[in-house]
Design a protein. Structure first.
Ligand code: 3PG
Length: 306
């Protein structure tokens, strides 16, 4: 019998697991679940006889794959797959997929929750500012970026986007102003929201030089990855520029330093919350289950990333 394992340190909503379970059982597969595990050993034991794996930000390296001799497919239920060693997977003939777009609305909604909290001074009772009429820059116009644009328009914001991989036509068709350079966008906008993946090219690319070109009172919003920020450069900038704000769904390494030094100018969710909605879990979980079945039964590899 084909065995699938859901391995999630950060569990899906119960209803999402029920959905995944129904789909896989309907296909005649066996489903095992390993949630909130605290050691790699637990994961290594749990993968021993599985054919397929559904994960979130769980780290899947060569040792995990080596411990799973039957493993044929890993589906990262979500967008970013920087937690999976793609090279090792390819060497072992393991297909890796993601489920693009399935959790993008959840991430976009969180951005506006954090933004309102920030511009209203953490709800401390003093007069804040409004989002209406302000300029919002979207750094990379993928699935999440598009949702951010849609919601930002609802707030009456002027939306800009920079994405070297997406044509200006597509950006403009979404009612967004396409900007030709990253510097131009950072210099134009009151808020910049990051939607780039963590790759060798993007790691630490959001640096002092880029951020120092931002406007007086600007805010950087990070719901993407911690690694894309040059943390030392950001700290330097926030020390020098007393009007700069940083809000993030992924706490920086020096979280307490940021919070001690700039209590009103930064905010970090206690745990990465972007994709933590029942809807996002259901959408990504269902997609993952169906992609596994389609791949194992028919060889469909539409969302293969390796
Ligand atoms: C993603 O890449 O899909 C998001 O960062 C969500 O990650 P999570 O599933 O670990 O919450």
């Amino acid at each position: 019998m084909t065995k699938v394992l859901i391995a999630t340190v950060k569990p899906f909503a119960k209803v999402a697991v029920e959905n995944i379970s129904n789909i896989l059982k309907g296909a005649g597969y066996e489903l095992n679940i390993l949630e909130k595990y605290s050691s790699k050993d637990e994961l290594l034991k749990a993968v021993a006889d599985v054919d397929a794996l559904i994960i979130r930000s769980d780290k899947i390296d060569d040792t995990v794959m080596a411990a799973a001799p039957n493993l044929k497919i890993v589906v990262r239920a979500g967008a970013g797959y920087d937690n999976v060693d793609l090279e090792a997977a390819s060497k072992r003939n393991i297909v890796v997929m993601n489920t693009p777009g399935q959790n993008s609305n959840a991430v976009a909604e969180l951005i506006f929750g954090m933004l309102v909290y920030q511009v209203r001074n953490h709800f401390n009772g003093t007069p804040g500012t409004e989002l209406k009429g302000k300029k919002l820059g979207i750094h990379a116009f993928g699935h999440v970026g598009k949702q951010v644009a849609r919601i930002g328009k609802g707030f009456g914001m002027e939306i800009f986007a920079f994405d070297p991989f997406i044509s200006n036509d597509i950006i403009e068709k979404n009612g967004v102003k396409a900007v030709d350079s990253v510097k131009e966008m950072y210099g134009t906008c009151d808020f910049v929201s990051l939607h780039i993946p963590a790759t060798p090219q993007t790691i630490k690319s959001i640096n002092y030089d880029l951020l120092s070109g931002m406007k007086e009172g600007a805010t950087l919003i990070n719901t993407a990855r911690k690694e894309i920020i040059d943390e030392e450069g950001l700290l330097k900038l926030m020390n020098e520029n007393e009007s700069f704000h940083y809000i993030s769904d992924i706490a920086p390494d020096k979280k307490s330093l940021f919070e001690d030094k700039f209590p009103e100018r930064c905010f970090f969710t206690p745990k990465k919350m972007g994709a933590q909605t029942a809807e996002a879990n259901i959408n990504a979980g269902i997609a993952a289950a169906n992609q596994i079945i389609d791949f194992l039964e028919k060889g469909v590899d539409t969302f293969k990333v390796n």
